[in-house]
Design a protein around this ligand. Structure first.
Ligand code: ZN
Length: 136
């Protein structure tokens, strides 16, 4: 498992519907769910570093394989996060070149994920592009 940042693997563009549908084929169900619902963080490990800060690692409870590590400084009786969290992903979770998933891409992913659970009929597309909810 390698620690990478989104900036190393993904441009700041949005993935289109076809790109999301193709990417979803390679993701295990837990990874598809995390893409839609976000990760379900659970406490995993914590330790005091030599400089007195706390290093905490959280694991996603959906078994997508993602770990989130963060450095916390003890200030009085508070733990204050320092910097940005660092993420480690299972091989294949991040796809180089795939943009962020939002709007219609998320709707495609939701259809694919829910199709695992129930037999969704394929309805004729009735919503116009103008009614789309792309966040970009
Ligand atoms: Zn996850």
């Amino acid at each position: 498992m390698a620690t990478v940042t989104r900036a190393e693997t993904q441009p700041s563009l949005w993935a289109d519907e076809a790109e999301v549908a193709e990417a979803a084929k390679s993701w295990k169900p837990a990874s598809q769910d995390c893409r839609e619902f976000r990760h379900a963080w659970e406490r995993y490990t914590a330790s005091i570093a030599q400089d007195g800060s706390v290093e905490r690692t959280l694991q996603c409870g959906r078994n997508c394989g993602t770990l989130r590590s963060e450095t916390l400084h003890i200030i009085g009786e508070r733990l204050v996060r320092v910097g940005s969290p660092r993420y480690s992903y299972e091989e294949g979770y991040l796809i180089p070149g795939l943009g962020r998933i939002g709007g219609e891409g998320l709707e495609v992913l939701r259809f694919i994920a829910m199709s695992r659970e129930i037999n969704l009929p394929r309805a004729k597309a009735s919503r116009s592009k103008a009614a789309g909810k792309r966040a970009d």
